[in-house]
Write a new protein. Structure first.
Length: 137
């Protein structure tokens, strides 16, 4: 059975997902945290703009994970995938010392009626464990 996830991202990246130019959602982190080892093909991703509403959803088509990354390995990821990740130079500079990466190819992207949720923590990725976490399902 597919899991569901709440994905919080900046407006510039959400807009690119919605216009079809960003087809891979990337998460590079220093520690092993979601979505690393938490997302699988077929999972549903709900997209929420930072400080905004949930406005879209998609399915994970494929998931690639990388660990024990080095700055050189991250540069290689940028070269190979950035045309579909659409990260700006600032993004890649901020992620240069990451140790883990999760790349999720998106499919079936669609807008949904905007929904405000009340999330009080700083997590940028939430695995929805209950059938109706945040009232999204």
């Amino acid at each position: 059975m597919a899991n569901s996830h709440l994905v919080i991202l900046k407006k510039q990246y959400l807009d690119k997902i919605l216009d079809g130019s960003k087809t891979i959602e990337s998460r590079l982190t220093k520690g092993k945290c979601p979505p690393f080892d938490c997302v699988s093909p077929g999972d549903v991703l709900f997209f929420k703009e930072s400080a905004g509403m949930v406005v879209a959803k998609a399915q994970a088509a494929t998931v690639k994970q990388f660990s024990e990354l080095t700055p050189q390995a991250i540069a290689k990821l940028k070269t190979e995938y950035n045309a579909r990740i659409c990260g700006d130079d600032e993004y890649w500079q901020l992620k240069a010392d990451s140790k883990y990466a999760t790349l999720i190819k998106l499919k079936n992207v669609e807008t949904i009626p905007p929904r405000r949720i009340y999330k009080k923590d700083w997590r940028a990725w939430v695995v929805l464990k209950k059938p109706n976490d945040f009232g999204l399902l």
